[in-house]
Design a protein around this ligand. Sequence first.
Ligand code: URA
Length: 207
Amino acid sequence: MHLVVDHPLILHKLTILRDKSTGPKEFRELIREIATLMTYEAMRHLALRKKIVQTPLEECEGYEINDKNIVVVPILRAGLGMLDGVLQLVPNASVGYAGMYRDPETKMPVEYYVKFPAFYDDTEVFILDPMLATGNSAVKAIDLVKGKGGKHITLLSVVSAPEGLKVVELKHPDVRILTCAIDRGLNDHAYILPGLGDAGDRLYRTK
Ligand code: URA
């Protein structure tokens, strides 16, 4: 199941993100802001507990989420660019890391660092990767999370290719995918067209 989060604020920011003249500082700010806006939508289903609160005038009934029950998993390295934007709304969430790079020949993900906190039956897991291209890294990250007991999983991806969406939905039909745009497709190097280039390189100015 996927949902396109096409709020005007997001589409405006995404357009600046795509612009090749946008430098790393602004790129990082925009990815972080878009991640915050996506989080607002991605966490709409979270369970609420009733909570009694004392206003200056009287006692009233309110609500609270249990953000200690949330695990955010950025796929390294580009997913790191979204992490602070998510944590801004759920500061008590735990963070796990799924470090993988794409083998330039096979285009398949190779894991080099994986560290997760505990997953319980009701833990809500949010996997972050700004680009859903072939879908292979996302599938691998979801496999790893499920292998450690993660059950309720949402993937947040800023820009997706139809090919990647199809792969993830086929392998993991239970995972919710939120994206801001579904682009035309992949080129021969598995980059998204029109896309925004290499998100990791643009975040960290490595090219
Ligand atoms: N990863 C990126 O950073 N960009 C793409 O277009 C595809 C994968």
